[in-house]
Design a protein around this ligand. Structure first.
Ligand code: TYD
Length: 204
């Protein structure tokens, strides 16, 4: 059994398959006898709810800075209420989105990415592993439309997501704990790649 408190963040543009892969990773680890919990950002707390309203009704009434601040507030709450307590108790904590979404999505709106990163690192623990699931925006958007039967929301335009994707790719090159994973492969193959990276880390 690994020691307590390995933090893993799973990131990627909308439709990349994060939630599916987080669930499969959780089950895979559980089957290996590893105790694991997952959290999702934005959360269902008060800031998370406000963020979801924005996603539905459009972001034109809010500046990029205010928007970024909402995600940060939401994360402060998540760290205090969920993430820190879990890291004390459980072997592996998996985040379905974390502050790298803040860097990529609000960075793509023109905010200073180094500033967002440093503000987040003041309030949130840096993960041991960052798994970025990479797909072209057109594929992400068609998955949202076809599979979820959803209309893409205010965060899901193709040009915008192309910028977000580029920032994620740049982060994967800059951060030593990051891995870029091809999300265009079959679900099972993506899962196997992720399991291998995580088990190697746990066994270090
Ligand atoms: P959500 O509706 O939960 O979508 P998903 O299931 O794809 O995670 O998240 C809403 C949007 O919030 C999503 O498009 C990404 C965006 N986001 C940011 O812009 N900044 C952030 O810091 C986070 C955590 C998410």
């Amino acid at each position: 059994m690994p020691k307590k408190g390995l933090l893993i963040a799973v990131e990627g543009i909308d439709g990349a398959g994060k939630s599916t892969q987080v669930q499969m990773l959780k089950n895979g680890l559980y089957q290996q006898g590893v105790d694991v919990v997952t959290f999702k950002e934005p959360t269902n707390g008060i800031f998370g709810k406000r963020i979801r309203e924005l996603a539905e009704h459009g972001r034109s009434n809010i500046t990029a800075t205010e928007e970024s601040q909402l995600f940060l507030q939401d994360r402060i709450e998540d760290v205090r209420q969920n993430i820190m307590p879990a890291l004390e108790k459980v072997s592996v904590v998996i985040m379905d989105r974390y502050y790298f979404s803040n860097i990529a999505y609000q960075g793509a709106r023109g905010l200073d990415m180094n500033y967002i990163k440093s503000e987040n690192e003041k309030i949130a623990p840096t993960p041991e592993l960052l798994l970025i699931i990479d797909i072209p925006p057109a594929i992400g958007i068609s998955r949202i439309r076809d599979l979820r039967g959803d209309t893409p929301n205010a965060f899901e335009g193709e040009t915008y997501l192309a910028k977000v994707r580029q920032i994620f790719t740049d982060l994967s090159e800059d951060l030593p704990y990051a891995h870029l994973i091809d999300g265009n492969k079959p679900i099972k193959s993506v899962h196997e790649t992720i399991m291998k990276i995580v088990l190697e880390k746990i066994c270090e």
